[in-house]
Design a protein around this ligand. Sequence first.
Ligand SMILES: [Zn+2]
Length: 361
Amino acid sequence: MGETRTGLVVDYIIQMRPQDILMPVAAGLCCKPGGFHIDPVRPVERAVITHGHSDHARSGHGAVLATQETLDIMRLRYGDNFAGATQAVSYGEEIRLNGISIKFHPAGHVLGSAQVAVSGKDICIVASGDYKNAPDPTCAPFELVPCDVFITEATFGLPVFRHGNAADEIKKLLGSVALFPERAHLVGAYSLGKAQRVIALLRAAGYDAPIYLHGAMEKITLYYESRGIVLGELRPVRGMKKADLAGTITLAPPSATSDIWTRRFPDPVTAFASGWMRVRARARQRGVELPLVISDHADWDGLTATIEATGAGEVWVTHGQEDALVHWCKAKGLAARPLDLVGYGEEDDSDPLPAAEDAQA
Ligand SMILES: [Zn+2]
């Protein structure tokens, strides 16, 4: 605002556009005025990290701003020198960088996951990272943040993806365990988030026997427990006798369940907990006997309901199946575009199979 010589108040407000605050560049989403990138895929001076999955949280940045849990998870995975400097940010706390405000809000995806609200002048952009609005006893629930521009993931951005109730999938698993007491059950689950959620869901369903863990799951699962997530009795599977694993449940990274490693189990039933298990062809191709549709990402209904509820007039769609969601937004009268960021979807709920196969399934 300024005053002219004639005394008339004249607005000198320079219209700030969303892309003046955040724009996609090769390293990821860049906030030029604030001097930071969100979930950069290559080393940058200052990184704001939404959550600990390896496609979002990479090592080698000058400084990292993230929740305490995300910083701890990065330290567990990459060692103490994963960044030059770190700053823990709590949910709801405001950080200001060169006139830009940053606030973290729970994303409901995995422990410590955050949406990042970036505000400058009158525009608020929410970069939601990965998120889900389904209940999860192992992390803070998704918080709806009203904004002008909502950046949404699209991992399951097709109407075919409706995850249903995770508790029903756990019932299926327990039904199978009861039906085949002489067989071991091997559940493929991503080691950060999904594994701990499956364990918590098993406990909520009343399963109180020890649950066995593949070595790759131990550190992160112990970390969840150290943050107060109650998971019951857990045991490492290594060193167990084959016969003693009959009737038990073991959690393992998805890659291990199709590996020579499974020979240590008596006639294992292979399960896989993933949103992709909605697609039968995928389960078949992976040799999964017991598909469990459990996802840490919003399904089609979750994505569209969230987009509407934010009140955003503009939507940027990234990592996943952008086209259908962009089309849906436009049909609703919202401005929408794909961001075309590359380098995401490599850890959780990613799948090496081409997207075209979903359309056929
Ligand atoms: Zn993720």
